[in-house]
Design a protein around this ligand. Structure first.
Ligand code: FB9
Length: 503
Protein backbone atom coordinates (compact mmCIF):
# COMPACT_ATOMS: atom_id res chain seq x y z
CA UNK A 1 0.00 0.00 0.00
CA UNK A 2 1.30 3.50 -0.86
CA UNK A 3 1.42 6.33 1.68
CA UNK A 4 -1.24 8.14 -0.32
CA UNK A 5 -3.56 5.11 -0.26
CA UNK A 6 -3.15 4.96 3.53
CA UNK A 7 -3.83 8.72 3.73
CA UNK A 8 -7.07 8.23 1.81
CA UNK A 9 -8.20 5.40 4.10
CA UNK A 10 -7.42 7.43 7.23
CA UNK A 11 -9.30 10.48 5.93
CA UNK A 12 -12.25 8.26 4.99
CA UNK A 13 -12.15 6.73 8.44
CA UNK A 14 -12.18 10.24 9.95
CA UNK A 15 -14.88 11.75 7.72
CA UNK A 16 -16.87 8.59 6.95
CA UNK A 17 -17.21 10.03 3.43
CA UNK A 18 -15.02 12.18 1.17
CA UNK A 19 -17.29 14.43 -0.88
CA UNK A 20 -14.40 15.92 -2.87
CA UNK A 21 -10.91 14.49 -3.09
CA UNK A 22 -9.88 17.75 -4.73
CA UNK A 23 -10.74 19.65 -1.59
CA UNK A 24 -9.00 17.14 0.68
CA UNK A 25 -5.95 16.31 -1.46
CA UNK A 26 -5.39 19.37 -3.71
CA UNK A 27 -1.72 18.48 -4.09
CA UNK A 28 -2.49 15.19 -5.90
CA UNK A 29 -3.29 15.10 -9.61
CA UNK A 30 -6.50 13.34 -10.71
CA UNK A 31 -4.56 10.45 -12.30
CA UNK A 32 -2.74 9.75 -9.01
CA UNK A 33 -6.02 9.91 -7.12
CA UNK A 34 -7.76 7.60 -9.64
CA UNK A 35 -4.93 5.07 -9.50
CA UNK A 36 -4.98 5.00 -5.68
CA UNK A 37 -8.79 4.74 -5.59
CA UNK A 38 -8.82 1.90 -8.17
CA UNK A 39 -6.27 -0.01 -6.15
CA UNK A 40 -8.24 0.42 -2.92
CA UNK A 41 -11.51 -0.38 -4.69
CA UNK A 42 -9.97 -3.66 -5.87
CA UNK A 43 -9.63 -4.50 -2.18
CA UNK A 44 -13.27 -3.47 -1.54
CA UNK A 45 -11.92 -0.83 0.83
CA UNK A 46 -13.98 1.91 -0.80
CA UNK A 47 -16.34 2.85 -3.57
CA UNK A 48 -16.01 6.02 -5.60
CA UNK A 49 -17.63 8.00 -8.36
CA UNK A 50 -15.89 10.39 -10.73
CA UNK A 51 -17.17 13.96 -10.99
CA UNK A 52 -16.00 15.77 -14.10
CA UNK A 53 -16.58 19.52 -14.11
CA UNK A 54 -16.13 21.59 -17.23
CA UNK A 55 -14.21 24.80 -16.54
CA UNK A 56 -13.60 27.99 -18.54
CA UNK A 57 -10.71 30.36 -18.16
CA UNK A 58 -10.21 33.78 -19.73
CA UNK A 59 -7.45 34.14 -22.26
CA UNK A 60 -5.21 37.23 -22.18
CA UNK A 61 -7.48 38.91 -24.70
CA UNK A 62 -10.55 37.89 -22.71
CA UNK A 63 -9.08 39.44 -19.55
CA UNK A 64 -8.29 42.63 -21.43
CA UNK A 65 -11.92 42.95 -22.60
CA UNK A 66 -13.09 42.30 -19.04
CA UNK A 67 -10.91 45.19 -17.84
CA UNK A 68 -11.45 47.68 -20.69
CA UNK A 69 -14.83 46.75 -22.13
CA UNK A 70 -15.73 44.99 -25.34
CA UNK A 71 -14.56 46.13 -28.79
CA UNK A 72 -18.12 46.97 -29.85
CA UNK A 73 -18.60 49.25 -26.82
CA UNK A 74 -15.23 50.93 -27.49
CA UNK A 75 -16.33 51.62 -31.08
CA UNK A 76 -19.76 53.12 -30.21
CA UNK A 77 -18.17 55.32 -27.50
CA UNK A 78 -15.64 56.65 -30.04
CA UNK A 79 -18.41 57.34 -32.61
CA UNK A 80 -20.45 59.14 -29.94
CA UNK A 81 -17.37 61.20 -29.05
CA UNK A 82 -16.62 62.11 -32.76
CA UNK A 83 -20.24 62.31 -33.95
CA UNK A 84 -19.41 60.08 -36.85
CA UNK A 85 -16.36 58.11 -37.99
CA UNK A 86 -15.09 57.46 -41.53
CA UNK A 87 -14.97 53.68 -42.09
CA UNK A 88 -11.48 54.09 -43.51
CA UNK A 89 -10.34 55.60 -40.19
CA UNK A 90 -11.70 52.84 -37.91
CA UNK A 91 -8.58 50.63 -38.11
CA UNK A 92 -6.16 53.51 -37.59
CA UNK A 93 -8.15 54.86 -34.63
CA UNK A 94 -8.88 51.50 -32.86
CA UNK A 95 -6.34 49.06 -34.30
CA UNK A 96 -7.14 46.13 -36.62
CA UNK A 97 -8.51 43.66 -34.01
CA UNK A 98 -10.77 46.13 -32.12
CA UNK A 99 -11.80 47.85 -35.35
CA UNK A 100 -12.73 44.71 -37.26
CA UNK A 101 -14.45 42.77 -34.45
CA UNK A 102 -15.99 45.94 -32.92
CA UNK A 103 -17.61 46.92 -36.23
CA UNK A 104 -18.97 43.43 -36.88
CA UNK A 105 -20.51 43.08 -33.44
CA UNK A 106 -21.81 46.67 -33.27
CA UNK A 107 -23.60 46.17 -36.62
CA UNK A 108 -24.90 42.77 -35.35
CA UNK A 109 -26.25 44.42 -32.17
CA UNK A 110 -27.92 47.17 -34.30
CA UNK A 111 -25.81 49.82 -32.53
CA UNK A 112 -24.30 51.54 -35.60
CA UNK A 113 -25.28 52.37 -39.17
CA UNK A 114 -23.37 53.55 -42.25
CA UNK A 115 -24.50 56.85 -43.86
CA UNK A 116 -24.34 58.01 -47.51
CA UNK A 117 -20.87 59.47 -46.91
CA UNK A 118 -19.53 56.07 -45.88
CA UNK A 119 -19.34 57.17 -42.28
CA UNK A 120 -20.29 55.16 -39.22
CA UNK A 121 -22.81 56.78 -36.90
CA UNK A 122 -24.90 55.63 -33.94
CA UNK A 123 -28.14 53.91 -34.98
CA UNK A 124 -31.51 55.45 -34.18
CA UNK A 125 -31.81 52.85 -31.41
CA UNK A 126 -28.79 54.37 -29.67
CA UNK A 127 -29.29 58.05 -30.59
CA UNK A 128 -31.09 58.89 -27.32
CA UNK A 129 -29.33 56.34 -25.09
CA UNK A 130 -26.85 57.15 -22.35
CA UNK A 131 -24.06 54.81 -23.35
CA UNK A 132 -23.12 54.37 -19.73
CA UNK A 133 -26.42 52.49 -19.42
CA UNK A 134 -25.64 50.34 -22.49
CA UNK A 135 -25.17 46.71 -21.37
CA UNK A 136 -21.78 45.35 -22.37
CA UNK A 137 -22.90 41.69 -22.62
CA UNK A 138 -19.51 40.34 -23.64
CA UNK A 139 -17.84 42.00 -20.66
CA UNK A 140 -20.47 40.86 -18.15
CA UNK A 141 -20.37 37.23 -19.36
CA UNK A 142 -16.59 37.25 -19.13
CA UNK A 143 -16.93 38.56 -15.58
CA UNK A 144 -19.38 35.72 -14.78
CA UNK A 145 -16.98 33.17 -16.24
CA UNK A 146 -14.03 34.61 -14.33
CA UNK A 147 -16.02 34.33 -11.09
CA UNK A 148 -17.06 30.81 -12.13
CA UNK A 149 -20.60 31.63 -11.09
CA UNK A 150 -23.71 29.98 -12.56
CA UNK A 151 -21.92 28.87 -15.68
CA UNK A 152 -24.79 26.50 -16.42
CA UNK A 153 -27.03 29.56 -16.91
CA UNK A 154 -24.93 30.80 -19.84
CA UNK A 155 -26.26 29.86 -23.29
CA UNK A 156 -23.90 27.17 -24.72
CA UNK A 157 -23.97 29.05 -28.02
CA UNK A 158 -22.47 32.09 -26.34
CA UNK A 159 -19.79 29.97 -24.71
CA UNK A 160 -18.95 28.42 -28.10
CA UNK A 161 -18.79 31.88 -29.65
CA UNK A 162 -16.39 33.09 -26.93
CA UNK A 163 -14.27 29.95 -27.47
CA UNK A 164 -14.20 30.59 -31.22
CA UNK A 165 -13.14 34.21 -30.54
CA UNK A 166 -10.40 32.80 -28.27
CA UNK A 167 -11.59 34.88 -25.35
CA UNK A 168 -12.01 31.77 -23.17
CA UNK A 169 -10.50 28.25 -23.07
CA UNK A 170 -12.36 25.15 -21.87
CA UNK A 171 -10.83 22.83 -19.27
CA UNK A 172 -11.95 19.97 -17.06
CA UNK A 173 -11.62 19.33 -13.36
CA UNK A 174 -11.85 15.73 -12.26
CA UNK A 175 -12.97 15.16 -8.71
CA UNK A 176 -14.05 12.04 -6.85
CA UNK A 177 -16.72 11.28 -4.30
CA UNK A 178 -15.57 8.45 -2.01
CA UNK A 179 -17.51 6.22 0.36
CA UNK A 180 -16.53 3.25 2.48
CA UNK A 181 -16.40 -0.17 0.80
CA UNK A 182 -17.77 -3.52 1.97
CA UNK A 183 -14.39 -4.43 3.48
CA UNK A 184 -13.33 -0.98 4.64
CA UNK A 185 -10.40 -0.82 7.04
CA UNK A 186 -7.28 1.28 7.33
CA UNK A 187 -4.98 -1.69 6.77
CA UNK A 188 -4.44 -3.55 3.53
CA UNK A 189 -3.88 -7.27 3.00
CA UNK A 190 -1.90 -8.20 -0.10
CA UNK A 191 -4.14 -9.26 -2.96
CA UNK A 192 -2.93 -12.32 -4.87
CA UNK A 193 -2.98 -12.01 -8.64
CA UNK A 194 -2.19 -15.66 -9.55
CA UNK A 195 -3.69 -18.91 -8.30
CA UNK A 196 -0.71 -21.31 -8.20
CA UNK A 197 -0.69 -25.10 -8.01
CA UNK A 198 1.00 -24.84 -4.61
CA UNK A 199 -1.87 -22.72 -3.28
CA UNK A 200 -4.33 -25.39 -4.43
CA UNK A 201 -2.31 -28.43 -3.31
CA UNK A 202 -1.72 -26.92 0.16
CA UNK A 203 -5.23 -25.39 0.43
CA UNK A 204 -3.47 -22.09 1.18
CA UNK A 205 -5.80 -20.38 -1.30
CA UNK A 206 -8.62 -20.65 1.26
CA UNK A 207 -6.97 -17.99 3.44
CA UNK A 208 -5.86 -15.70 0.62
CA UNK A 209 -7.60 -12.77 -1.05
CA UNK A 210 -7.48 -12.54 -4.86
CA UNK A 211 -7.55 -9.38 -6.96
CA UNK A 212 -10.72 -9.40 -9.08
CA UNK A 213 -10.33 -9.24 -12.88
CA UNK A 214 -10.63 -5.71 -14.19
CA UNK A 215 -12.73 -6.42 -17.27
CA UNK A 216 -12.87 -2.69 -18.00
CA UNK A 217 -9.13 -2.47 -18.43
CA UNK A 218 -8.22 -0.92 -21.75
CA UNK A 219 -5.39 -3.44 -22.09
CA UNK A 220 -2.39 -2.76 -24.24
CA UNK A 221 -3.54 -0.76 -27.23
CA UNK A 222 -1.47 -2.19 -30.05
CA UNK A 223 -1.49 0.53 -32.61
CA UNK A 224 1.20 -0.62 -34.95
CA UNK A 225 3.17 -3.60 -36.26
CA UNK A 226 2.26 -6.43 -38.53
CA UNK A 227 2.95 -10.15 -38.49
CA UNK A 228 5.56 -11.36 -40.94
CA UNK A 229 3.91 -13.18 -43.86
CA UNK A 230 5.87 -16.36 -43.03
CA UNK A 231 4.49 -16.27 -39.50
CA UNK A 232 0.98 -15.74 -40.83
CA UNK A 233 1.25 -18.72 -43.18
CA UNK A 234 2.92 -20.79 -40.47
CA UNK A 235 -0.02 -20.07 -38.16
CA UNK A 236 -2.44 -21.16 -40.90
CA UNK A 237 -0.58 -24.46 -41.24
CA UNK A 238 -0.44 -24.87 -37.43
CA UNK A 239 -4.21 -24.46 -37.19
CA UNK A 240 -4.72 -27.03 -39.94
CA UNK A 241 -2.49 -29.52 -38.12
CA UNK A 242 -4.22 -28.86 -34.78
CA UNK A 243 -7.62 -29.29 -36.46
CA UNK A 244 -6.48 -32.73 -37.66
CA UNK A 245 -5.37 -33.87 -34.19
CA UNK A 246 -1.63 -33.25 -34.51
CA UNK A 247 0.68 -32.24 -31.67
CA UNK A 248 3.58 -29.86 -32.29
CA UNK A 249 7.08 -31.31 -31.87
CA UNK A 250 9.78 -29.38 -29.98
CA UNK A 251 11.87 -27.98 -32.85
CA UNK A 252 14.07 -25.40 -31.18
CA UNK A 253 17.33 -27.29 -31.62
CA UNK A 254 19.03 -26.37 -34.88
CA UNK A 255 22.26 -28.32 -34.31
CA UNK A 256 21.86 -32.07 -34.72
CA UNK A 257 24.20 -35.05 -34.62
CA UNK A 258 24.88 -36.82 -37.89
CA UNK A 259 23.21 -39.78 -36.19
CA UNK A 260 19.74 -38.21 -35.86
CA UNK A 261 20.00 -36.19 -39.07
CA UNK A 262 21.18 -39.07 -41.24
CA UNK A 263 21.99 -42.52 -39.74
CA UNK A 264 18.73 -42.88 -37.80
CA UNK A 265 16.95 -42.10 -41.10
CA UNK A 266 18.80 -44.88 -42.91
CA UNK A 267 20.81 -42.31 -44.91
CA UNK A 268 24.09 -44.14 -45.72
CA UNK A 269 27.30 -42.48 -44.57
CA UNK A 270 28.51 -42.10 -48.16
CA UNK A 271 25.26 -40.40 -49.33
CA UNK A 272 26.02 -37.16 -51.25
CA UNK A 273 23.56 -35.25 -49.00
CA UNK A 274 26.16 -35.68 -46.21
CA UNK A 275 28.88 -33.90 -48.24
CA UNK A 276 30.14 -30.47 -47.27
CA UNK A 277 28.57 -28.93 -50.35
CA UNK A 278 25.15 -29.92 -49.07
CA UNK A 279 25.46 -29.83 -45.31
CA UNK A 280 26.81 -27.28 -42.79
CA UNK A 281 29.14 -29.05 -40.32
CA UNK A 282 29.91 -27.51 -36.91
CA UNK A 283 33.59 -26.90 -36.12
CA UNK A 284 33.27 -26.38 -32.38
CA UNK A 285 32.31 -28.60 -30.74
CA UNK A 286 33.41 -31.11 -33.34
CA UNK A 287 31.48 -34.10 -31.96
CA UNK A 288 28.62 -35.01 -29.64
CA UNK A 289 27.53 -38.13 -27.78
CA UNK A 290 25.44 -40.82 -29.38
CA UNK A 291 22.13 -41.99 -27.84
CA UNK A 292 22.80 -44.31 -24.89
CA UNK A 293 20.33 -46.88 -26.29
CA UNK A 294 22.87 -49.60 -27.14
CA UNK A 295 20.25 -51.88 -28.71
CA UNK A 296 19.15 -49.07 -30.98
CA UNK A 297 22.74 -48.29 -31.99
CA UNK A 298 23.35 -51.97 -32.66
CA UNK A 299 20.27 -52.08 -34.89
CA UNK A 300 21.37 -48.99 -36.83
CA UNK A 301 24.82 -50.46 -37.40
CA UNK A 302 23.23 -53.71 -38.54
CA UNK A 303 20.70 -52.19 -40.95
CA UNK A 304 23.39 -49.99 -42.52
CA UNK A 305 25.87 -52.86 -42.89
CA UNK A 306 24.39 -56.32 -43.61
CA UNK A 307 20.75 -55.34 -43.04
CA UNK A 308 18.18 -56.50 -40.45
CA UNK A 309 14.36 -56.63 -40.13
CA UNK A 310 14.12 -58.11 -43.64
CA UNK A 311 16.52 -55.54 -45.21
CA UNK A 312 19.79 -56.47 -46.92
CA UNK A 313 21.37 -53.17 -45.81
CA UNK A 314 23.88 -51.04 -47.74
CA UNK A 315 26.82 -53.47 -47.35
CA UNK A 316 29.38 -50.92 -46.14
CA UNK A 317 31.46 -50.55 -42.98
CA UNK A 318 29.37 -48.23 -40.79
CA UNK A 319 31.49 -45.91 -38.58
CA UNK A 320 30.02 -44.64 -35.28
CA UNK A 321 32.39 -41.62 -35.31
CA UNK A 322 30.62 -40.41 -38.48
CA UNK A 323 27.40 -40.19 -36.43
CA UNK A 324 29.03 -38.04 -33.77
CA UNK A 325 29.71 -35.13 -36.11
CA UNK A 326 27.48 -32.11 -35.59
CA UNK A 327 25.48 -30.49 -38.39
CA UNK A 328 22.93 -27.77 -38.86
CA UNK A 329 19.91 -30.00 -39.39
CA UNK A 330 19.16 -30.38 -43.09
CA UNK A 331 15.55 -31.45 -42.49
CA UNK A 332 13.11 -31.53 -39.62
CA UNK A 333 12.81 -35.28 -40.12
CA UNK A 334 15.69 -35.46 -37.63
CA UNK A 335 13.24 -34.25 -34.98
CA UNK A 336 10.63 -36.73 -36.19
CA UNK A 337 13.22 -39.51 -35.76
CA UNK A 338 13.89 -38.48 -32.15
CA UNK A 339 10.15 -38.32 -31.42
CA UNK A 340 9.49 -41.72 -33.03
CA UNK A 341 12.35 -43.23 -31.00
CA UNK A 342 10.63 -41.87 -27.86
CA UNK A 343 7.32 -43.30 -29.10
CA UNK A 344 8.91 -46.79 -29.11
CA UNK A 345 8.85 -46.67 -25.27
CA UNK A 346 5.02 -46.59 -25.45
CA UNK A 347 3.93 -47.32 -29.02
CA UNK A 348 0.47 -46.07 -30.03
CA UNK A 349 -1.26 -44.18 -32.86
CA UNK A 350 0.28 -40.70 -32.88
CA UNK A 351 0.11 -37.52 -34.96
CA UNK A 352 3.02 -35.07 -34.76
CA UNK A 353 4.11 -32.00 -36.74
CA UNK A 354 6.83 -29.36 -36.84
CA UNK A 355 7.35 -26.12 -38.75
CA UNK A 356 10.85 -24.75 -38.34
CA UNK A 357 14.12 -23.73 -39.93
CA UNK A 358 16.37 -26.22 -41.72
CA UNK A 359 19.71 -25.53 -43.38
CA UNK A 360 21.18 -26.62 -46.72
CA UNK A 361 24.66 -25.70 -47.94
CA UNK A 362 23.38 -25.23 -51.47
CA UNK A 363 23.71 -22.58 -54.16
CA UNK A 364 21.34 -19.72 -53.42
CA UNK A 365 19.16 -18.13 -56.10
CA UNK A 366 15.99 -16.03 -56.42
CA UNK A 367 13.87 -18.68 -54.77
CA UNK A 368 16.38 -20.54 -52.60
CA UNK A 369 18.42 -19.41 -49.59
CA UNK A 370 20.80 -21.57 -47.54
CA UNK A 371 17.88 -22.23 -45.22
CA UNK A 372 14.13 -22.63 -45.37
CA UNK A 373 11.27 -23.48 -43.04
CA UNK A 374 10.19 -27.08 -43.38
CA UNK A 375 6.62 -28.06 -42.67
CA UNK A 376 6.54 -31.74 -41.67
CA UNK A 377 3.87 -34.12 -40.46
CA UNK A 378 4.17 -37.73 -39.28
CA UNK A 379 1.23 -40.03 -38.59
CA UNK A 380 1.75 -43.39 -36.83
CA UNK A 381 -1.05 -45.94 -36.87
CA UNK A 382 -1.47 -49.70 -37.12
CA UNK A 383 -1.44 -51.27 -40.62
CA UNK A 384 -1.86 -48.04 -42.54
CA UNK A 385 -0.87 -48.19 -46.21
CA UNK A 386 0.18 -46.01 -49.12
CA UNK A 387 -3.52 -45.55 -49.86
CA UNK A 388 -3.99 -44.02 -46.43
CA UNK A 389 -1.09 -41.68 -47.16
CA UNK A 390 -2.64 -40.58 -50.46
CA UNK A 391 -6.03 -40.04 -48.83
CA UNK A 392 -4.51 -38.13 -45.93
CA UNK A 393 -2.55 -35.87 -48.26
CA UNK A 394 -5.77 -35.05 -50.11
CA UNK A 395 -7.48 -34.20 -46.79
CA UNK A 396 -4.53 -32.14 -45.56
CA UNK A 397 -4.14 -30.04 -48.67
CA UNK A 398 -7.91 -29.71 -49.12
CA UNK A 399 -7.93 -27.72 -45.87
CA UNK A 400 -5.92 -25.00 -47.63
CA UNK A 401 -8.15 -25.11 -50.68
CA UNK A 402 -5.89 -27.34 -52.76
CA UNK A 403 -7.58 -30.31 -54.47
CA UNK A 404 -7.03 -32.54 -57.49
CA UNK A 405 -3.62 -33.72 -56.30
CA UNK A 406 -1.41 -35.94 -58.42
CA UNK A 407 1.32 -38.20 -57.01
CA UNK A 408 4.60 -39.15 -58.65
CA UNK A 409 6.94 -41.88 -57.35
CA UNK A 410 10.26 -40.58 -56.06
CA UNK A 411 13.11 -41.65 -53.76
CA UNK A 412 13.92 -40.70 -50.17
CA UNK A 413 16.47 -42.74 -48.14
CA UNK A 414 14.08 -42.89 -45.18
CA UNK A 415 10.76 -43.65 -46.90
CA UNK A 416 9.65 -46.37 -49.25
CA UNK A 417 7.51 -45.92 -51.23
CA UNK A 418 7.96 -42.16 -51.60
CA UNK A 419 5.86 -39.74 -53.63
CA UNK A 420 6.17 -36.17 -54.81
CA UNK A 421 2.84 -34.34 -54.57
CA UNK A 422 1.60 -32.05 -57.36
CA UNK A 423 -1.29 -29.66 -57.70
CA UNK A 424 -2.54 -27.69 -60.68
CA UNK A 425 -2.05 -23.97 -60.00
CA UNK A 426 -4.68 -21.93 -61.88
CA UNK A 427 -2.73 -18.71 -61.51
CA UNK A 428 0.54 -20.18 -62.80
CA UNK A 429 -1.28 -22.45 -65.26
CA UNK A 430 0.97 -25.39 -64.49
CA UNK A 431 1.40 -28.42 -62.22
CA UNK A 432 3.31 -27.26 -59.12
CA UNK A 433 5.22 -29.60 -56.81
CA UNK A 434 3.69 -28.89 -53.41
CA UNK A 435 5.45 -31.44 -51.27
CA UNK A 436 7.10 -34.79 -50.74
CA UNK A 437 5.86 -37.81 -48.78
CA UNK A 438 6.36 -41.49 -48.05
CA UNK A 439 6.04 -44.45 -45.69
CA UNK A 440 8.98 -44.57 -43.27
CA UNK A 441 11.16 -47.64 -43.80
CA UNK A 442 11.33 -50.62 -41.41
CA UNK A 443 15.13 -50.13 -41.23
CA UNK A 444 14.36 -46.83 -39.50
CA UNK A 445 11.28 -47.76 -37.45
CA UNK A 446 12.03 -51.31 -36.31
CA UNK A 447 15.61 -50.26 -35.40
CA UNK A 448 13.96 -47.93 -32.84
CA UNK A 449 12.00 -50.85 -31.39
CA UNK A 450 8.63 -49.82 -32.87
CA UNK A 451 6.32 -52.81 -33.51
CA UNK A 452 6.25 -54.12 -37.08
CA UNK A 453 2.56 -53.29 -37.61
CA UNK A 454 2.83 -49.69 -36.33
CA UNK A 455 3.34 -47.99 -39.69
CA UNK A 456 4.33 -44.32 -39.99
CA UNK A 457 3.57 -42.03 -42.90
CA UNK A 458 5.29 -38.70 -43.32
CA UNK A 459 5.22 -35.72 -45.58
CA UNK A 460 6.86 -32.35 -45.92
CA UNK A 461 6.80 -29.07 -47.76
CA UNK A 462 8.40 -25.69 -47.35
CA UNK A 463 6.81 -22.63 -45.76
CA UNK A 464 8.44 -20.20 -48.18
CA UNK A 465 6.99 -21.64 -51.36
CA UNK A 466 3.30 -21.25 -50.45
CA UNK A 467 4.04 -17.88 -48.84
CA UNK A 468 5.75 -16.60 -51.99
CA UNK A 469 2.79 -17.81 -54.07
CA UNK A 470 0.23 -16.33 -51.66
CA UNK A 471 1.94 -12.92 -51.49
CA UNK A 472 3.01 -13.00 -55.16
CA UNK A 473 6.70 -12.66 -54.24
CA UNK A 474 9.21 -13.38 -57.01
CA UNK A 475 12.43 -13.18 -55.00
CA UNK A 476 12.75 -14.89 -51.60
CA UNK A 477 14.82 -11.90 -50.44
CA UNK A 478 11.67 -9.76 -50.48
CA UNK A 479 10.43 -12.08 -47.77
CA UNK A 480 13.49 -13.02 -45.72
CA UNK A 481 16.78 -11.34 -44.91
CA UNK A 482 18.18 -7.85 -44.43
CA UNK A 483 16.70 -6.47 -47.62
CA UNK A 484 13.07 -7.02 -46.68
CA UNK A 485 11.10 -3.80 -47.02
CA UNK A 486 9.58 -2.77 -43.71
CA UNK A 487 6.45 -1.60 -45.51
CA UNK A 488 6.04 -4.94 -47.33
CA UNK A 489 2.58 -5.32 -45.83
CA UNK A 490 1.45 -1.86 -47.01
CA UNK A 491 2.93 -2.12 -50.48
CA UNK A 492 1.95 -5.74 -51.14
CA UNK A 493 -1.67 -5.92 -52.43
CA UNK A 494 -1.94 -9.64 -51.56
CA UNK A 495 -0.81 -8.88 -48.01
CA UNK A 496 -3.50 -6.26 -47.64
CA UNK A 497 -6.19 -8.56 -48.97
CA UNK A 498 -4.95 -11.41 -46.76
CA UNK A 499 -6.42 -13.94 -49.19
CA UNK A 500 -6.74 -17.65 -48.44
CA UNK A 501 -3.52 -19.59 -48.41
CA UNK A 502 -3.50 -20.83 -51.97
CA UNK A 503 -5.23 -18.56 -54.48
O1 FB9 B 1 7.12 -26.95 -50.55
C1 FB9 B 1 7.21 -27.21 -51.74
N1 FB9 B 1 6.38 -26.70 -52.70
C2 FB9 B 1 5.18 -26.05 -52.42
C3 FB9 B 1 4.50 -26.27 -51.24
C4 FB9 B 1 3.26 -25.65 -51.03
C5 FB9 B 1 2.74 -24.82 -52.00
O2 FB9 B 1 1.52 -24.20 -51.82
C6 FB9 B 1 0.69 -24.84 -50.82
C7 FB9 B 1 -0.25 -25.74 -51.26
C8 FB9 B 1 -0.65 -24.38 -50.70
C9 FB9 B 1 3.41 -24.58 -53.16
C10 FB9 B 1 4.65 -25.18 -53.36
N2 FB9 B 1 8.16 -28.10 -52.19
C11 FB9 B 1 8.98 -28.77 -51.20
C12 FB9 B 1 8.36 -28.45 -53.56
C13 FB9 B 1 9.33 -27.60 -54.26
O3 FB9 B 1 9.17 -26.23 -53.89
C14 FB9 B 1 10.81 -27.95 -54.10
O4 FB9 B 1 11.45 -27.36 -55.21
C15 FB9 B 1 11.47 -27.44 -52.86
N3 FB9 B 1 11.28 -28.28 -51.75
C16 FB9 B 1 12.14 -28.11 -50.56
C17 FB9 B 1 13.33 -28.95 -50.41
O5 FB9 B 1 14.19 -28.58 -51.43
C18 FB9 B 1 15.54 -28.66 -51.04
C19 FB9 B 1 10.12 -27.99 -50.90
C20 FB9 B 1 10.97 -28.37 -49.68
C21 FB9 B 1 10.76 -29.68 -49.12
C22 FB9 B 1 10.94 -30.86 -49.82
C23 FB9 B 1 10.69 -32.08 -49.20
C24 FB9 B 1 10.26 -32.12 -47.89
C25 FB9 B 1 10.06 -30.93 -47.19
C26 FB9 B 1 10.31 -29.73 -47.82
C27 FB9 B 1 9.96 -33.34 -47.25
C28 FB9 B 1 9.69 -34.34 -46.74
C29 FB9 B 1 9.34 -35.55 -46.10
C30 FB9 B 1 9.06 -36.65 -46.86
C31 FB9 B 1 8.69 -37.80 -46.24
C32 FB9 B 1 8.60 -37.88 -44.85
C33 FB9 B 1 8.88 -36.73 -44.10
C34 FB9 B 1 9.25 -35.59 -44.73
Amino acid sequence: MSDFQLEILKKLDELDEIKSTLAIFPQHGSQDVLSALNSLKAHNKLEFSKIDTVTYDLTKEGAQILNEGSYEIKLVKLIQELGQLQIKDVMSKLGPQVGKVGQARAFKNGWIAKNASNELELSAKLQNTDLNDLADETQSILAQIKDNSHLDSIDPKILNDLKKRKLIVQGKITDFHVTKGSEFSTDLTKLETDLTSDMVSTNAYKNLKFKPYNFNSQGVQISSGALHPLNKVREEFRQIFFSMGFTEMPSNQYVETGFWNFDALYVPQQHPARDLQDTFYIKDPLTADLPDDKTYLGNIKAVHEQGRFGSIGYRYNWKPEECQKLVLRTHSTAISARMLHDLAKDPKPTRLFSIDRVFRNEAVDATHLAEFHQVEGVLADYNITLGDLIKFMEEFFERMGVTGLRFKPTYNPYTEPSMEIFSWHEGLQKWVEIGNSGMFRPEMLESMGLPKDLRVLGWGLSLERPTMIKYKVQNIRELLGHKVSLDFIETNPAARLDEDLYE
